[in-house]
Ligand binder design. Structure first.
Ligand code: SIN
Length: 493
């Protein structure tokens, strides 16, 4: 029997940071893929943090977060996010993360959309996620109290009387196994895989939402899907779109429509650095009005030297696709990027199920309101990760052994057609601009798939991934229908 004190489902920043803050307890990290294959790895822009105790600076970060979030935010959670930023960034530095520095050795800070001041820290130019993850993985691998079980997918929480005692999972050979744990943390990342076009890898299939929905836990704010304004537009690109970081606009790049107009002047005084919902909605309107498939990002005036130094990854990826950033306009479109809602948590990351916590993109702490301020998500992972770990460090043993009755069959079925249909429906009808009629059409189609899947259970990873996709998509649509008025990134006409 496999027992642990703290089980963490997910190996991105939200999971590893909690693992590293747990003291004197055994920790088990369960990851669906290799530990290097997480969404955090792809994070380019950075991590927003006021590295000061100056109240007026902290208040500005709070106000920017609330304004971007259309004041739908949980204000207490937002205050914690901002006030506890510095101590957690210093902890990351202690763990070996090297943030980029200027010539005087000070941490370099940049601007992104919705921020009234330069407070975004980054690493490796535009490879912040990778730099953080490389440091944290090295730490995790060096700890005797942490074990990692990779290529293994959590399929159901072991819940009895609204208390979580661990998880049932399929291991690397799809054998059904259990882990019993005093506490469990869901840190499974996003749900971009429910859309056809997303900046997320396709294995971001809303697994945490699926796990908690099946255990009747509380979810919230799922209608708030953030679309990143500037993914590279490539008519041949499949599913995962290459992101052109908001930091490129933060360093001064402009947006033009196909008629050569710098159109953001018609939508916001903040121009290209308006909050993400405004920029994405403006781009979609411009694409309709100009009958074009994309708009264009102009970074030519930043110069080749700065572009290569500051954005080595983006520069290289654009070059691979035939674009020189110092001379070409880059075609861009908004695509799904981030799930703001998710598993509802309190200020300590606790869910509605006893002994179950959630952290990172799969959680809904309320800090992002109706639209996330750029680069606040990595910060959320560490601030709330630290809060969760503090709570777990003071928790007691609570093991209970029981087996969840599971259908033993593992049929080799391809669910690809179902995935494709749901993803196309989500892009078409549950995108940046929504209508009630289109949401109802989407609901009907996704509901049919969800019911079929539930009627025909199958203990395979493919089955559970598509079940999580259908569950998450259905809940996003239901939440969108339940909110008839536009707010933040839920824009309904
Ligand atoms: C970006 O680099 O534009 C993405 C950062 C974020 O989503 O916060």
């Amino acid at each position: 029997m496999h027992k642990t004190n703290c089980l963490i489902i997910g190996g991105g920043l939200a999971g590893l940071y909690v693992a590293l803050q747990i003291k004197d307890k055994n920790v088990t990290i369960l990851t669906k893929k290799d530990i290097k294959k997480t969404n955090t790895y792809l994070a380019q822009g950075g991590i927003a943090a006021e590295m000061t105790s100056d109240i007026s600076s902290l208040e500005k970060h709070i106000n920017d977060t609330l304004r971007a979030g259309a004041w739908h935010n949980n204000q207490e959670a937002t205050k914690n996010l901002v006030f506890e930023a510095k101590e957690n960034i210093l902890e990351l530095i202690d763990l070996g993360v090297n943030f980029d520095k200027d010539t005087k050795g000070q941490i370099y800070r940049t601007l992104e959309g919705g921020h009234s001041t330069s407070r975004i820290l980054h690493a490796g130019g535009d490879a912040t996620g990778k730099a953080i993850m490389d440091a944290l993985i090295a730490q995790v691998l060096s700890k005797d109290n942490i074990e990692i079980i990779s290529d293994s997918m959590a399929i159901d929480l072991l819940v009895d009387n609204n208390t979580c005692y661990g998880v049932t999972y399929l291991d690397n050979e799809e054998n059904l196994k259990h882990i019993y744990s005093d506490v469990t943390v869901v840190a499974t990342g996003g749900l971009g895989g429910i859309y056809k076009f997303s900046t997320n890898p396709k294995y971001a299939t809303g697994d945490g939402i699926g796990l908690v929905a099946r255990a009747n836990g509380e979810l919230s704010d799922l209608e708030f899907i953030q679309f990143h304004p500037t993914a590279f537009y490539d008519s041949l690109e499949k599913n995962q779109c290459f992101l052109i970081s908001e930091a490129v606009r933060g360093e001064g790049a402009y947006l033009f429509n196909s008629e050569g107009e710098r159109f953001m002047k018609s939508y916001s005084d903040l121009m290209e650095l308006a909050p993400r919902d405004i920029v994405s909605q403006s781009i979609i309107k411009e694409m309709y009005d100009t009958w074009n498939v994309c708009v264009y990002l102009d970074a030519t005036h930043l110069g080749i030297e700065k572009l290569k130094r500051r954005f080595p990854t983006i520069y290289g990826e654009c070059l691979k696709r035939g674009y020189k950033m110092e001379q070409d306009l880059i075609p861009v479109i908004p695509v799904q990027h981030y799930s703001i809602g998710g598993i509802k948590t309190d200020l300590l990351g606790k869910t509605s199920i006893q002994n179950l916590y959630a952290n990172g993109e799969c959680a809904s702490t309320g800090v992002h309101g109706a639209n996330r301020l750029a680069s606040n998500s990595l910060l959320e992972c560490i601030v709330f990760g630290n809060r969760i770990a503090r709570d777990i460090n003071s928790s007691k043993e609570s093991i209970k052994e029981f087996e969840k009755v599971q259908i033993p069959q593992n049929l080799n079925i391809s669910y690809k057609p179902v995935k494709i249909e749901i993803a196309e429906i989500m892009d078409k009808y549950v995108g940046v601009i929504r209508t009630k009629e289109q949401l109802e059409i989407a609901k009907k189609i996704v509901k049919k798939h969800l019911e079929n899947l539930k009627r025909n259970p199958n203990n395979s990873k493919n089955y559970y991934q598509v079940l999580n996709i259908a569950t998450s998509a259905y809940l996003v649509i239901e939440s969108a229908i339940a909110r008839p008025k536009s707010i933040g990134c839920h824009y309904i006409i």
